[in-house]
Ligand binder design. Structure first.
Ligand code: A2R
Length: 312
């Protein structure tokens, strides 16, 4: 992917930048590789051990995004390379989008827009009745920074909130549920906001979808890998799951035709953090991490794998 427009000028101002040279001109890349000290990556970037091995002077991989499941953190650690990300600054945007998708799916806002725009209103009369969101039971899968921001917004809609994580979070006032399936059974709307990666791959499987049921709504603003997309298509086609609202997909930017064909699905192209203000903040933090490392300071936001456990 090309450098994000808000990141490129900040990077070029402070560093010598080689934009995807390893892919675009491998011969030229070989010449500069021994001097590369940092990688600027996006949340979707893949940085594996093989690339790191070609960069002996590498000190830091700075991800502009909170999710860093494309980075081989163990390989980076083994080589003394720090990995940083941009948590917190995007909580509001992702949580806003989660609520937006819940509203869009429940009130069928995309179809409603079409109803007016395409002249169906005078031709066919009013739309079929939609589903009420206020007061619904919300299950949140993942109760970290963004999950908590989603929960706070849901309370303003008089929704009840429960959640599932591997370990209960004593700092939040919502009930912890022991499994994803049990959470799905107990809620009307299931919102996925865990990290991606191997540990959460297909956490939302057919069993979870069946538990959410024919009236249930699945919202995913996390990573496409967390939801079994093939199982999702089948559950929706067969009416075992009511509806889905998705910002992320397993093979972005490809979205299966069968999924796109379903009217009970609301889709957006991975825009969770895609506002100018938030992308500016993310770019600023990503560059601050690079600058800190380049000048021998402690980085601002290392990924949790680097945080030392301090024992009293
Ligand atoms: O399981 P815990 O106790 O580590 O809680 C974390 C939860 N989580 C999981 N829940 C269920 N099953 C799992 N296998 C699992 N792995 C992690 O997800 C925690 O409550 C939450 C993640 O929270 P944070 O680390 O604060 O992440 P944040 O900033 O809310 O972002 C979540 C994800 C990113 O990684 C991006 O992929 C996406 O949102 O945009």
């Amino acid at each position: 992917m090309p450098l994000p427009p808000l990141l490129a000028p900040l990077l070029r101002e402070a560093f010598t930048v080689h934009d995807r040279l390893h892919l675009l001109d491998p011969a030229a890349f070989e010449l500069i590789a021994p001097r590369v000290r940092g990688i600027a990556a996006s949340g979707e970037s893949k940085v594996g051990a093989e690339l790191m091995d070609r960069l002996p002077a590498l000190e830091i991989i700075s991800v502009m995004g909170v999710g860093y499941d494309g980075i081989d953190v163990a390989a980076a650690k083994a080589r003394g390379v720090v990995v940083t990300h941009t948590p917190d600054v995007l909580n509001d945007d992702v949580a806003d989008l989660a609520l937006g998708l819940m509203l869009a799916a429940s009130r069928r806002l995309v179809a409603a827009d079409r109803h007016v725009r395409e002249g169906l209103w005078p031709a066919q009369g009013p739309m079929p009745l939609a589903r009420k969101l206020s007061g619904a039971r919300l299950g949140i899968l993942g109760m970290g920074r963004i999950g908590q921001a989603i929960a706070r917004r849901a309370l303003a809609f008089d929704m009840t909130v429960a959640y599932h994580t591997r370990t209960p979070k004593p700092e939040v006032p919502y009930p912890h549920v022991a499994s994803a399936v049990e959470l799905a059974r107990q809620c009307d709307v299931l919102c996925v906001i865990t990290p991606g990666g191997a540990a959460t791959k297909h956490l939302v499987n057919a069993e979870v979808m069946n538990a959410l049921g024919p009236q249930g709504l699945l919202v995913n603003v996390a990573r496409g890998s967390v939801v079994d997309e093939a199982a999702l298509i089948e559950a929706l086609e067969q009416g075992r799951l009511g509806a889905a609202a998705l910002d992320v997909f397993e093979q972005e930017p490809q979205v299966p035709e069968r999924l796109r064909a379903l009217p009970q699905v609301t889709l957006s192209p991975h825009i969770g953090s895609a506002t100018t203000a938030t992308r500016q903040a993310m770019a600023g933090l990503a560059v601050d991490n690079l600058k800190a490392k380049a000048s021998g300071q402690a980085v601002v936001t290392a990924v949790p794998e680097y945080k030392r456990v301090i024992q009293n």
